[in-house]
Design a protein around this ligand. Structure first.
Ligand code: X8Z
Ligand code: ZN
Length: 631
């Protein structure tokens, strides 16, 4: 993903000097203390049209052409500096990245307001689309007031800082602390109830200091959103889906109702297995599952408890780690394997600069952000990934995910910059995952990474359950994160009820509960990166639905016969062309048109996901017979 528009680095310049900040803001309000190394002021927006007569289409075209050129420069600087910063963290790179971010944010705010001149003017479709997308181009729009803008940027930086530095330091470790990576490992691998509870509580102790900052961020973000015509920030976030925000919510509910029965069956089966492991005094009948028992800090994906829930132990292993080691896979060889999937579909090889400029390995001599991401820092094929690759199956799949972003960037990089986005953000998150659905046991065997294809019905059930622990378990979590945030942003959930509302949603949608009593002294939503990180989350829910639609359509294009979960489009040029046709649209058209280009339909639909898991669904129902499901 491109990193969220406002990064940790974005405010260090503001911290260093009194507001107003660097960049063009200083031209509006005289700077008291100039930033030590401010980037050149962003060019003023082309508000070419005089105000005493209606604007014309020609003026609108000139305006958007100018905005395109300006944003290219500002965003390319921001992305380039962001990449340097995250792959070489120092105070200097943070300060420079902050300046670029501030300049881009200020310019965008002005451009949005200047574009109002063209409201009500009938524009040709491309310009009308740009007018629409410009208003949505910032994740959190900066308030006009430079002081408020500075405060917002500072809070964003602080929230990310607190999260990033979060550690648990139990007295028994005598001064030694555990970071998120170490706590994650415990939550993945331990089968001791108390140890799991401690790790969960330990991680969730990092977020109370985020609570006040988060509530101020909501106030300031709402202020910025109102200034550009939205009721609140949540409405802005819900407006990026080519339908009114309310219709979008109704569509989400429709999708959720489609998949909920499958989730409920998975929940029931999993709870039964956890009862066997931990006892009914710990995992109660007809009750939510304690969140620390699902193998993941947030109980969002449950793959790591596969050994506890494996339907048929003793079947051929699906684990490729040994083969990777035996065949001497290193980071580059693993990325080449991922690239080969894309080129096998007829897509271009990655540019030479990708191999020169990416970060594939955790450097030994400097601080970096290891969280995987994909970039086109110049919006013109300067593709990279940034990842601390482990040589295992999980990272092979993540490489496909990241390369999916890169190939999307590549496909649309000749478009105007406002169209250089996914058809919507769920599309972007779903591309690499779509190809990863084709990383089937058969494909892995063809790549000599599995000795044989385990193709008896028992092995197939094992495989589908493994997939469901990732894809199906995630669905309610993907939905509820932003349901919580939208309620906070609209004021439906006041600050005094942040945690209560959070657990009400987690119980209602996921059937998961906190391991110990929680109060409003806690701030459990803040322990999930995307909350302090200002990153909208509903995109991941959408991506999990879309990727099965895309997979089904590409399998049909490839002429696949047989169940959907056995299809791999590897090597199929017809599937590649179909995918490419959709990617090349970027955001130039409303997303239903992009959906039509790949699937022939124009709706989000969980039908293909249900089709993929149909054999598992039947099997789960059989297993759950006589069980008291639900919570
Ligand atoms: O944040 C991510 C990606 C970045 S695009 C690594 N994901 C969500 C999460 O980790 O919570 C992917 C799945 C959901
Ligand atoms: Zn992603």
């Amino acid at each position: 993903m491109r990193p969220p528009r406002l990064t940790l680095a974005a405010t260090l310049c503001l911290l260093a000097v009194a507001a107003p900040a660097c960049g063009p803001a200083a031209t509006e309000t005289p700077a008291k203390t100039p930033c030590p190394a401010c980037p050149p002021a962003a060019p003023p927006v082309a508000s070419a049209a005089p105000v005493d007569r209606p604007a014309t289409v020609d003026e609108a075209r000139a305006f958007f052409t100018k905005v395109d050129g300006d944003l290219r420069k500002l965003w390319a600087s921001r992305e380039t500096m962001g990449f340097v910063n995250l792959t070489y963290i120092t105070e200097d790179t943070e300060r420079l990245a902050a300046q670029m971010e501030e300049a881009a944010m200020e310019y965008l705010g002005r451009a949005i307001k200047d574009a109002r001149r063209f409201d009500g003017l009938e524009l040709p479709p491309d310009l009308a689309r740009m007018r629409h997308l410009l208003r949505l181009a910032g994740t959190v729009p900066a308030p006009d007031d430079a002081k408020a803008r500075g405060e917002l940027a500072q809070i964003l930086s602080q929230m990310q800082g607190i999260y990033g530095k979060g550690k648990y330091c139990p007295p028994r470790l005598k001064g030694k602390c555990q970071d998120l990576g170490e706590l994650s490992k415990i939550l993945k691998t331990s089968r001791k109830y108390d140890e799991l509870t401690e790790a969960w509580v330990g991680w969730h102790a990092i977020s109370p200091p985020i609570r006040d900052k988060f509530s101020r961020y909501v106030e300031l973000g709402n202020q910025g959103a109102k200034e550009i015509g939205f009721k609140d920030l949540g409405e802005l976030w819900r407006s990026g889906y080519d339908m009114p925000a309310q219709a979008f919510e109704a569509d989400l509910e429709r999708l959720w109702q489609q998949v909920k029965p499958l989730y409920d069956d998975l929940h029931c089966y999993t709870r039964g297995k956890l009862q066997k492991q931990y006892g009914k005094d710990k995992v109660h009948d007809k009750a939510p599952i304690p969140a620390q028992l699902l193998g993941n800090r947030w109980a969002q994906e449950w793959m790591d408890i596969y050994p506890l829930v494996e339907p048929y132990p003793g079947q051929a292993s699906l684990d490729i780690e040994r083969s990777l080691a035996k065949q001497k896979y290193d980071e580059i060889k693993l990325v080449k394997l991922g690239e080969r999937f894309f080129t096998s579909l007829g897509m271009d090889p990655l540019p030479k600069t990708f191999w020169e400029r990416s970060m594939f390995k955790k450097p030994r001599d400097r601080e970096v952000v290891c969280h995987a991401s994909a970039w086109d820092v110049t919006y013109s094929d300067d593709l990279r990934i940034k990842m601390c690759i482990k040589i295992d199956e999980e990272d092979l799949i993540t490489i496909h995910h990241e390369l999916g972003h890169n190939y999307y960037f590549h496909a649309y990089n000749k478009l105007p910059i406002l169209f250089q986005q996914g058809a919507n953000d769920g599309f972007h998150e779903g591309i690499g995952d779509t190809l990863a659905l084709s990383v089937t046991p058969r494909y892995l065997a063809d790549q000599k990474l599995l000795d044989k294809v385990p193709d008896n019905p028992k092995a197939e059930t094992n495989h589908l359950l493994r997939m469901a622990l990732d894809k199906v378990a995630f669905l309610p979590f993907g939905l509820l994160i932003d349901k919580w945030r939208w309620d906070v942003m609209s004021g439906t959930t006041p600050k005094e009820k942040y945690n209560e509302a959070w657990w009400a949603l987690r119980k209602r949608y996921q059937g998961v509960d906190a391991p110990v009593a929680r109060t409003e002294a806690d701030f459990d939503p803040g322990a999930k990166y995307h909350i302090p990180g200002n990153t909208p989350y509903i995109r991941y829910f959408l991506a999990r639905i879309y990727q099965f639609q895309f997979h089904k359509a590409l399998c049909a294009a490839a002429g696949h016969k047989g169940p959907l979960h056995t299809c791999s489009i590897y090597g199929n040029k017809a599937a590649g062309e179909r995918l490419q046709a959709m990617l090349a649209l970027g955001a130039s058209k409303p997303w239903p048109e992009a959906m039509r280009a790949i699937t022939g339909g124009d709706q989000a639909d969980a039908g293909p996901l249900l089709e993929y898991f149909a054999p598992l669904s039947t099997w789960l129902k059989e297993q759950n017979k006589g069980q008291a499901c639900g919570w």
